[in-house]
Design a protein around this ligand. Sequence first.
Ligand SMILES: [Cu+2]
Length: 333
Amino acid sequence: MTKFSRRDVLLGAAPFAIAPLCKLALPGDAQLASARAPMTHRGHEHAVLGHAAMIGADVPAPGGPHELDRLLVPPPVLPHRPGRLREYDVVAVDRELEVASGVTFAAWTYNGTVPGPVIRATEDDRLRVKFTNGGSHPHTIHFHGIHPSNMDGVFEIVAPGQSFTYDFQARPYGLHLYHCHTTPLKKHIHKGLYGAFIVDPPKPRKPAQELVMVMNGYDTDGDGENNFYSVNGLAFYYAKYPIRVRRSETVRIYLANLTEFDLINSFHLHGEFFRYYPTGSTDQFEYTDTVMLCQGQRGIIEIDFHNAGQFMFHAHQSEFTELGWMGFFDVVD
Ligand SMILES: [Cu+2]
């Protein structure tokens, strides 16, 4: 089921890619016809692969509701109280996951999901993460941020069945990330051992509708390049299930790039501009509609939608978009 190349996927030979997309091309669907209008060449395969048509129930995404839905919204922010203990339990688990419709991936996970759980603390909290390796290979957790050398997830390799507790002060504020740092590193990361790590500033950010988006890819046939891309683990998921937000309140996205094999990934929003705070560790921002992130880069996006309606977001690498990394906001009044 999972043996097909990235080229096969783009040409429509992947399990999901023919039937649902041809269905989108049927005449008589006014909404889809208008959505496709700028790029329609009726009867040509590349036209029906156009991502503008990809919205709603017919999108070939894994079904929802899904256990990954809870990863879209981070745990609540807590006020600044230096020295407060924040504890998390993380367990490495080998698990086969459906990452695109009908496509499985033999993942190595933190707590059973790819990406792993969102770890959140306020600056100056004492963070204590108990890591247990329930997987079949040695692993660690390497946190980005400031911490002692012996808490860095590089030297203390945790063998299967063993545990290690990471214990350090959470700093600096911003959006960070965590991932396994066992060699071969590329393999341990791309198998799924990563997640978002939010450190909130002492002076709280203004209230917002907060979301987490971890960008990733999946090499489902082991040829060293990705066959599917997603945010938060499931190809095309937010095209099938748009993210509903209120126009009246800022949308804040904690965006991290954990893609392996491809050096960069990106985030582009249609019909709107946003403030982008690189790493989220200062108040410096760029006002734009597109940002590019190298492997391990991350930042905070703040959107104040001017208009209600459906707005697409996706990687601005078109190939990534057509392989799953796209979705929609449903902005309501
Ligand atoms: Cu590992």
